[in-house]
Design a protein around this ligand. Sequence first.
Ligand SMILES: [Fe+2]
Ligand SMILES: [Fe+2]
Length: 282
Amino acid sequence: MGALNLNELVAKVDDLPSLPLVVTQVLRLTDDPEATPEDLNKVITTDQNLTARVLRLANSAYYGFARRIGTVTEAVILLGFNTIRNLVMAASVSHILEREVTGYELARGELWHHSLTAAMAARLLAREIRYRAHEQAFIAGLLHDIGKVVLSLYVSGEFQEIIRRVQEENIPFMAAEAEVLGFHHAQVGGLVAEKWNLPRELVEAVSFHHHPGQAQVDPRLTTITHAADAVSLMLGMGVGVDGLLYPLDAGCLEASGLQPSHLEKVMAAVGDSLGDSEAMWG
Ligand SMILES: [Fe+2]
Ligand SMILES: [Fe+2]
């Protein structure tokens, strides 16, 4: 048993930065059919840093607009509410995900690349199987490993023991986490998502991304997140120690209509766009 139980860790989660108010407001506005691009402009431009990132992205090669987008209002009109919501979400959590996750031997930035790659893969997988909430899938992919950030801050003492079990007993990393700590990063991530008041299906996708069979609210979203995590690891993004022995749940993939050919297609597409996205996110 670890030095810290899950309840004590929940208390620690309170020390994590909350989701900035501007993000909460953007999430609400992009869900509101009455909201206008000017409303979004008003909220986003209260944060200069965020405004700069949104404009940088909107002008990146990734979106392929020939002319320069100079204002947030224009960006909202050209890219649409859903894309703006993703950009704002990604820009806001990047500083949390970019920390060095020592406990997991993930160098600074590696978890961020792993997460962004999973986010892109999740959106494409959603399209492949005609799952309607593509953008929700993007956010689930982006946030799925947020629990690692929390654990890495408190897990260091137990970490050597986790590694030893992974190597000597040949068990998946998350199973070793559970044995040594009594809980794992996906559970912790679910608590963070709850703290951020994210929708139930997102909390579920984060909590069960390694056990999609446990999802009840929206099993397809959780399964897409699970597959996207695997795609990101297969592309070599953020392998660290968590990349060893990734057990894919074939039954859930099949139930969601995800074929191996979908995974291969998405892997190729994401691999091609990685160069662009890195230029885009810096
Ligand atoms: Fe994970
Ligand atoms: Fe992951």
